[in-house]
Design a protein around this ligand. Structure first.
Ligand code: URP
Ligand code: ZN
Ligand code: ZN
Ligand code: ZN
Length: 533
């Protein structure tokens, strides 16, 4: 007789976005089939059994902001750089940190051959298929131009054929940013196709103006990157994007919100009832300007490892506000913004260093670099250092240590931020992000807290292809013990068990968060009422 289940999890403290209970989970043919107080011996017969020993059992992490295979060597701006992780290495790192689904970015460029979004997605998909992925995966599309024909003809194809229901737009970076009217064009087209607009909200003009001023004073070392992007840069851009979105009644999600000011603007819009969502990331809770200054010596580029946009907040007082945003619902999701730039690579951090000098970058100590030398060449300045830091593997463990175990959020909120809400926001729910009969059996099982020995992280323990972690030496009080992808154990007790072809492409539907909100056709008081007719 065929066994009822393939895999059974017993003795778990099972957590969903709404509930927490001691129960068992039965899995068959990649799906969750049953949750029960207990199973009989007959029911378990033939199944593999995992004893969770009382530890948390949660839906597998969904990291909705991951950069893989996304090289941007398109000139002098902080978005450039060469991605060190492909789908194989990036997803390997994901499963080792409890994440079972990653949503990555396929990006249009301003080059003529990249006009077609569909061609961009096809090319990007080929990169994923070339290596395969350990985790399930999907794509967001980055749109950097407002070609009317492309928006009209291709967005419906993206959603129907590819299940791509989200696009990212930039308000900064010379080669990516859209003007206000271009933002409106793309948001309007996205709204008509039920595609969620993700916004990178920083005022590009402020950044460029400040960068020129800082450079004029010789303030070009990595630390000054943060000064070129004070919180007001995000504050202004979030307010402007909210107004644009409100004008045409378009739901938006702010990616990587890193300032208390940005979070406050989001909160205000939410209080007004606008469909405004926000993502935040581990770097804004675990790094501050102090970390950027830590290595601010005349001979060292070490702090280029901490450069991301928006930058980490100035100090801990901002972090308190961000923690409040985590538990009061301002932040809808918590993603890594994994940007895998190597430190030892000429196209990594710091970028633009001459090839013959690249060998020097292998040194982790702050020796061997003469900053005056580097700064006298334009490539040494912060403007050219690729923005973004790695973190797909540390995302969940950092939130566990810094927020869940610290009593700042409940286990249910942890699940909501890291799995359930990303699934709902990006149209994967309840296939993903849920522990219901019929949901994919994607799980992360933690260590029983009392049995786990806290440890200090070093980069060699991680599974990405990046030669550093910004969290080197930081203490972790738990780590995923098992990661299960559609019923298959892919990570167990510190070992990768999965294969690079385990991951499957995930077609997504429209957002399940903004779905059903008052629509243009039902609100006769705004200009949007006739715009969409
Ligand atoms: O610094 C960051 N976040 N760089 C990565 C690109 C982006 O804007 O997400
Ligand atoms: Zn961004
Ligand atoms: Zn990003
Ligand atoms: Zn060097």
């Amino acid at each position: 007789m065929a066994s009822k289940f393939d895999l059974v999890i017993v003795n778990g403290t099972v957590v969903t976005a709404s509930d927490i209970s001691s129960c068992c989970i039965g899995i068959k043919d990649e799906k969750i089939r049953a949750l029960a107080q207990s199973f009989t011996d007959d029911e378990i017969a033939g199944a593999e059994v995992i004893d969770a020993e009382g530890a948390y059992v949660m839906p597998g992490g969904i990291d909705a902001h991951v950069h893989l295979c996304q090289d941007l060597k398109t000139g002098p701006h902080g978005l450039g750089g060469e991605c060190a992780d492909n789908f194989e290495t990036g997803s390997r790192s994901a499963i080792a940190g409890g994440t079972t689904t990653v949503i990555t970015f396929a990006t249009q460029t301003r080059a003529e051959e990249d006009r077609s979004l569909i061609k961009v997605v096809e090319a990007y998909n080929a990169r994923a298929e070339a290596t395969g992925s350990y985790a399930d995966y999907g794509f967001h599309i980055i749109i950097v131009r407002n070609d009317a024909d492309v928006l009209e003809n291709e967005l419906p194809v993206l959603i129907q054929d590819w299940g791509i229901s989200s696009c990212k737009l930039f308000m900064t970076y010379e080669t990516q940013r859209l003007t206000d009217s271009q933002l409106l064009d793309v948001m309007f087209a996205a709204r008509k196709n039920a595609i969620t607009t993700m916004i990178h909200a920083e005022n590009g003009d402020m950044i460029e103006w400040l960068t020129d001023k800082l450079e004029g004073k010789g303030m070009v070392a990595p630390f000054y990157h943060a000064l070129s992007r004070p919180p007001l840069v995000e504050g202004e851009a979030t307010n402007r994007a909210i107004a644009l979105a409100q004008l045409i009644q378009n739901p938006i999600l702010f990616v990587h919100v890193g300032s208390a000011l940005g979070a406050a603007n989001v909160r205000k819009a939410q209080t007004m009832g606008l469909p405004v969502y926000a993502e935040t990331c581990p770097q804004y809770f675990n790094l501050t300007w102090e970390d950027l200054k830590r290595f601010h010596s005349p001979t060292c580029f070490e702090n280029s490892k901490m450069i991301c946009s928006p930058p980490p907040p100035p100090d801990n007082s901002d972090q308190e506000d961000l923690f409040t945003g985590l538990h009061n619902g301002t932040f809808t999701i918590y993603s890594s913004d994994h940007c895998p730039f190597r430190y030892d690579h000429p196209h990594g951090k710091p970028t633009g260093v001459l090839e013959d000098e690249a060998s020097m970058h292998g040194e982790s100590a702050c020796t061997g670099h003469n900053i005056q030398d580097l700064l006298s060449r334009k490539e040494g300045a912060f403007r050219f250092i690729p923005n973004g830091i790695p973190g797909v593997e540390t995302r969940l463990p950092l939130l566990y240590t810094g927020a869940l175990a610290a009593g700042r959020i409940t286990p249910q909120k942890f699940v909501e931020l890291t799995s359930t809400n990303p699934a709902k926001l990006y149209g994967l729910y309840p296939r993903k992000g849920a522990l219901m009969p019929g949901s994919d059996a994607d799980l992360v099982i933690w260590h029983p807290e009392k049995k786990f020995q806290p440890f200090r992280l070093t980069n060699s323990q991680l599974h990405h292809n990046v030669d550093y972690t910004p969290y080197e030496g930081q203490e972790f009080i738990n780590w995923p013990r098992y990661t299960i992808l559609r019923g298959k154990v892919v990570w167990a007790n510190g070992e990768i068990k999965g294969k690079p072809r385990d991951g499957k492409y995930q077609k997504r539907g429209p957002s399940q968060l903004s779905h059903g909100l008052p629509g243009h056709d039902r609100d006769p008081h705004t200009v949007a009422a006739w715009l969409y007719k």
